[in-house]
Write a protein that binds this ligand. Structure first.
Ligand code: S5P
Length: 454
């Protein structure tokens, strides 16, 4: 048995590869799942892995080592300790304050840097990382990868002129595990046919289409909003932040045909009544859009439940979607039940918002666990299992005098992969709201189409 084979068997015992049915970040169903993070629990294996990778790079020249966050960070640190080649750290996103640095550590322009990645699939995120490192003035020629899922990534990087050194391909892993009786023949056949049928997941765009998203939605509200989006060719939500029921009903009539949902702040209406609710519901049925109450709940479960079901507004009686903060924890979201689609607030659009990276990560984690959460409000990309709702959208980018920061529809759809743009003043404060809504609908949909074409 080779050293490499021995290493794989020991790593397999740690649980780095699992077989079964898994939904990947991209929404694709995969018969296996690879996660190298358990390796950090075995210093001996981590050291062995770093030796193997350094061996792969023995003919390459490099002055720095950089791991792609997060899984490859301990691997690259071990390689640095073993080889004496200094490490640099790449941030997932540049610091918003202070130095705004993308890379941490000491380096100078023109130095050669090898990139280390745990698993390569389509290669798209790796290409992005390489380009970001190059933007900082470093030269990248070699990329070391522990496992190649054989789904187009190596080819993409090679075509771009990088030398990819992979320790294992998925085919090799299957062979080794089969040889040692750790995989049975039917499983091997299933995996091989998966690798054959889906050789390339997506190499030029990682944007998941609405059709693809629709396939893996479990909640009726997320299914409904995606179905409406496809039917109306719209990813627009109009936020009707006006104070009277007459104005809301009038706006809903005018913009209804262009939108997937109308977002409301019911507590700013001066003349709320049950009659208003039934008229609004009727318009939403006639024009086929959802009612989205932007209540931004943020209390303990018991209070949120009372606010949702009781009082004058009885939100639970009519809202298809609601927003909620996650500040009170997982249990507090359960009180909304499974009928309404909950959209959590992971990141806010206003200047100086406290929803930093750490908060956002926690909010996403919690949202992924909650069965009634269909997506998040955020200003950056989310895992594709959650729908991304982005407010602070206006064709005239800039902001207002109260902290709001605007981005254009094209920017949020292209850069954040936003699923639904939320437009308030851009529509309701326009001279002709129906024309403005049609304009935002078209801009939003065209930007989406541009992004899925490859
Ligand atoms: O972070 C956020 C979250 C929300 S839901 N930033 C926001 O602006 N919103 C809401 O989106 C806000 O309450 C308002 O109803 C709408 C934006 O309106 P606009 O007039 O600024 O487009």
């Amino acid at each position: 048995m080779t050293n490499k084979e021995e290493f794989l068997l020991k790593a397999y015992e740690l649980g780095i590869i699992k077989f079964g049915n898994f939904t990947l970040k991209s929404g694709i169903e995969s018969p296996f799942y690879v996660d190298l993070r358990p390796l950090v629990s075995s210093p001996a294996l981590l050291k062995e892995l770093s030796d193997h990778l350094l061996q792969l790079l023995k003919d390459s020249h490099y002055q720095l080592i950089c791991g792609v966050p997060y899984a490859a960070l301990p691997i690259s640190a071990a390689m640095s300790l073993e080889s004496g080649v200094p490490l640099i750290l790449k941030r997932k996103e540049s610091k918003k304050y202070g130095t705004k640095k993308m890379l941490e550590g000491i380096f100078s322009e023109g130095q050669t840097c090898v990139l280390v990645e745990d698993v390569i699939t389509s290669g798209k995120s790796l290409v992005e990382t390489v380009e970001e490192v190059e933007k900082e003035g470093l030269r990248v020629k070699d990329v070391a990868v522990v496992l190649d899922r054989e789904q187009g990534g190596t080819r993409l990087l090679t075509e771009k002129g990088y030398a990819v050194h992979t320790l294992f391909s998925m085919g090799e892993v299957i062979d080794i595990l089969y040889k040692h009786d750790l995989l049975k023949e039917p499983e091997v056949i299933r995996i091989r046919s998966f690798l054959k049928e889906k050789p390339v997941v997506r190499i030029r765009s990682s944007r998941v289409t609405y059709e693809e998203k629709l396939k893996f939605q479990a909640h009726p509200a997320s299914k409904k909003i995606l179905e409406i989006a496809l039917k109306k060719k719209s990813n627009l939500i109009a936020s009707l932040d006006v104070n009277t029921s007459r104005e809301i009903l009038d706006l809903a009539e005018r913009v209804g045909e262009h939108v997937v949902a109308v977002k409301l702040h019911t507590d700013i209406i001066s003349d709320f009544s049950e009659e208003y609710v039934s008229r609004l519901k009727k318009i939403s049925q006639d024009k086929n859009f959802l009612l989205f109450e932007d209540r931004k709940f943020g209390d303990i479960g018991n209070t949120q439940q009372l606010q949702f079901e009781k009082g004058i507004y009885k939100i639970s009686d009519w809202a298809d979607l609601i927003t909620s903060h996650v500040i009170a924890g997982e249990e507090s979201l359960k009180v909304f039940g499974d009928k309404v689609g909950v959209v959590t607030i992971a990141e806010m659009s206003s200047k100086g918002a406290l929803t930093d990276e750490h908060y956002k990560e926690k909010a996403i984690e919690l949202s992924q666990k909650a069965s009634n959460v269909i997506g998040c409000v955020a200003q950056s990309e989310l895992p594709s299992s959650l729908l991304l709702f982005t407010p602070g959208v206006n064709i005239t980018s800039g902001g207002d005098s109260k902290g709001q920061q605007f981005n254009t529809p094209d920017k949020v759809i292209t850069e954040y992969h936003t699923d639904f743009i939320i437009v308030g003043r851009g529509i309701y404060a326009a001279a002709r709201p129906e024309e403005a809504a049609e304009k935002y609908r078209k801009e939003g949909w065209d930007a989406y189409l541009r992004n899925i074409k490859f």
